[in-house]
Every structure is written in structure tokens, then in C-alpha cells.
Design a protein around this ligand. Structure first.
Ligand code: TTP
Ligand code: MG
Length: 352
């Protein structure tokens, strides 16, 4: 029997800022503001700010209207990265198999605990240790596989702990909206709603052949997910595999100057994080989403590793210029670097 734990830090970027500055406590804190204008996109907001309806991905200008008295801060990636490393170092000590899934989440295989009760005790100890050392709260999900553990960690945020045993899986999953499943975005949700599927239970009970007619192989895959089937393992991979950032425009745009400036700003953010880490990359990818949500990516692998902002900028701009020759309005643009080399980082991890 597998017992998997998924840990996700609560309002992570905002939690780090609150920890660094006691004056922020109790106030709505919104991260993602451009220090020079009221433009920008909300990266995250603390739970106080979420009471005003503010969430990740919302334009900062809209957040300002919802909550004029909030504290608006720019993204300080290097600071969050440093906090993440320290938390991850704590988490990895709690199991034989550890997989970091993003800057603020990780999976642990805790099957050796032998029972869900014992795993729950371990989760409490882990939550306590993270908070005691780093003053950041997290939410934990425990389940027989990664899929359900991740849904469970999100179930009772912030500071949650949700345990889903094998025989509770259906009761837990079936009432949830299909959107909860990883990979089900706006478009898939619309298709599913069109054939009368709203909850994970509706999806699980739906005839697979008809699902495949509506969604192809993706439909079959979703049917597995809805039934809580996931056999992927917790994979011990050193660090994250890629690093990306994207920006949604307040108003869709085809202004190439503003698009190029945005790409440069994203490149600078990424380079800052890479520099802090001592990580270099070989592959640069851009992502472009048009106003109709049609999304494209283009990528290039360099001859040798690089880590500087100019290399990211040059590759991203070139990929963009070759790709974008229309006047179609763009809603979102982003850059992701991958094929990472971790020489510097592994050394620093061993020092913990
Ligand atoms: P999440 O774990 O999705 O969000 P969160 O930790 O802020 O809040 P929650 O309590 O719901 O887990 O993402 C982790 C961090 O990644 C988040 O603090 C900021 C960043 N992020 C963005 O920059 N843009 C985004 O659209 C999202 C979703 C997250
Ligand atoms: Mg989080």
C-alpha cells in the first residue's frame, strides 16, 4: 500500500513577505505590483486579501479597485527562492522519497509509516517543524496516490491537513467540481459541461466511449483521473526541472514594443532567480496565448549552457519575432528555461 503526502505552502510569496515585515501582519497583502506603475498581475495574495475577491492572475488595477487599502508589493523572486530552499530541506528529511513539484510544493512517499494514522502524525510533526523554523504555514494532503494527495492538500487551506484513505476516495472526489482535476481548464470544463458533466463523480460514471468521442484520448485519461486512478511514483529528482514566468496583460495587446519590453522584464526576473541558485539552462521556450485562448509555444536549445539575462532575452526575442507576424491580440506571454544544470546548487544543498 502506498501512502503519499503532498505539501503546499499557504499564500507562499505573501507569507514570506509577511514573515520579513511584522507591519504587514493582519493586512491584505498583494504580490505582483509593478513598482513604477499600477500595471502588473497578481502573483498571489494573502488570505486576508482573498476576502476581497483578489486572486492570482488578476490585473493589479482590478485588485486596487477591490481593495484600495491593501499593501501592494513587487515580486522578490530571489527572496522566495531562498525561503523555498530552506523549507524543502526540512521536508526532504521527512521521507525516503522526496519530489519537489514547484517552488512551494512537494510530494513525499511515506508508505514506510505503515498506516494512515501514523502518516497523519508525521504530517503534524512536519507542519510544526516548518512553522517553528520558517514561520510559514502549509497545507498537507495524505492519500493512496499523488493525484488525490494533491487535491487533498488544497481541500482545507490554509493550515489544513486532509487525509483520504482508500475507502474514502469516492466520497471525497465525487462531489468536487471537474475543474479540481489537474489539467482541466476552462476549455475542457466547457466541453464537459456541454455533455452534462459537472462533478468528478459525473465524469467517473460517464460512459468512456462517449467521453472519447467528445475529447479523444484525453477523455479516457480524464476518466481514469476521475476514478482516482494514478500510478505515477514520487520521483526523487534533484531540484525543479524548469523555471518559468508568465504575464497576462490587463488588456490584450498587439503592440510589439510593449510585448518586447514584457519579455525583457520576464527574462530579468528569471535571470535573477538563476543567478541566486547558481543554475544554468540550455533550453529557452516562449509561450504566447492569443485573445481567443489559443496557446502556442516555441523553444530553442542552445549549443552550450548559459545563465545570463542577455542569453534569455536574445533567444526569447528571436523566437517571438519569428513566431509573431500577425496583428492578432495577445493575452498572455511567458518564458520558461529548462535543461537546467545544477552544479552550484547541489553543493549548497549538501551544506544543509
Ligand atoms: P500556489 O501554491 O498556487 O499559491 P499560493 O501558495 O500563493 O496560495 P495557496 O495557499 O492557495 O497555495 O503558488 C505558489 C506561488 O507561486 C505563489 O505564492 C505565487 C506564485 N504564483 C504566481 O506567481 N502566479 C500564479 O498565477 C500562481 C497560481 C502562483
Ligand atoms: Mg501554495
Amino acid at each position: 500500500m502506498s501512502i503519499i503526502m503532498h505539501i503546499d505552502l499557504d499564500a507562499f510569496f505573501a507569507a514570506v513577505e509577511e514573515r520579513e515585515n511584522v507591519e504587514l501582519r493582519g493586512k491584505p497583502v498583494i504580490i505582483g505590483a509593478d513598482p513604477h506603475s499600477r500595471r502588473g498581475v497578481v502573483s498571489t495574495a494573502n488570505y486576508r486579501a482573498r476576502e476581497y475577491g483578489i486572486h492570482s492572475g488578476m490585473p493589479i488595477s482590478r485588485a486596487h479597485r477591490l481593495c484600495p487599502d491593501g499593501v501592494y508589493l513587487p515580486v522578490n523572486f530571489a527572496l522566495y527562492w531562498q525561503a523555498s530552499e530552506r523549507v524543502m530541506a526540512i521536508i526532504r528529511r521527512h521521507a525516503e522519497k522526496f519530489q519537489q513539484a514547484s517552488i512551494d510544493e512537494a510530494y513525499l512517499d511515506v508508505s514506510s509509516a505503515g498506516s494512515f494514522d501514523e502518516a497523519e502524525q508525521r504530517a503534524r510533526a512536519l507542519k510544526y517543524e516548518i512553522f517553528d523554523n520558517e514561520k510559514i504555514s502549509c497545507s498537507v494532503g495524505i492519500a493512496p496516490n499523488k493525484l488525490v494527495a494533491k487535491i487533498a492538500s488544497d481541500h482545507n487551506k490554509p493550515d489544513g491537513l486532509t487525509v483520504v484513505r482508500e475507502h474514502d476516495m469516492q466520497n471525497f472526489l465525487f462531489p468536487l467540481p471537474v475543474r479540481t482535476l489537474y489539467g482541466v481548464g476552462k476549455k475542457t470544463e466547457e466541453v464537459l459541461q456541454g455533455i452534462g458533466i459537472r462533478t468528478i463523480g459525473d465524469l467517473a460514471r460517464y460512459d468512456v466511449q462517449s467521453l472519447m468521442r467528445a475529447l479523444g484520448r484525453w477523455g479516457m485519461y480524464l476518466h481514469y483521473l476521475a476514478n482516482g486512478v494514478d500510478e505515477s511514483q514520487v520521483e526523487e529528482i534533484e531540484g525543479i526541472q524548469s523555471l518559468g514566468r508568465e504575464v497576462t496583460f490587463e488588456e490584450d495587446t498587439s503592440d510589439v514594443i510593449s510585448l518586447a519590453e514584457t519579455l525583457d522584464a520576464i527574462a530579468a526576473d528569471l535571470a535573477q532567480a538563476l543567478r541566486y541558485e547558481g543554475v544554468s539552462f540550455r533550453t529557452v521556450a516562449i509561450k504566447v496565448r492569443f485573445e481567443n485562448f489559443e496557446t502556442h509555444t516555441r523553444q530553442r536549445t542552445l549549443l552550450r549552457s548559459a545563465a545570463d539575462v542577455e542569453a534569455i532575452k536574445a533567444a526569447a526575442r528571436d523566437l517571438f519575432e519569428k513566431f509573431y507576424q500577425s496583428k492578432k491580440k495577445i493575452r498572455l506571454i511567458g518564458i520558461r528555461v529548462s535543461n537546467l544544470s545544477y552544479e552550484g546548487r547541489q553543493k549548497s544543498l549538501r551544506e544543509y
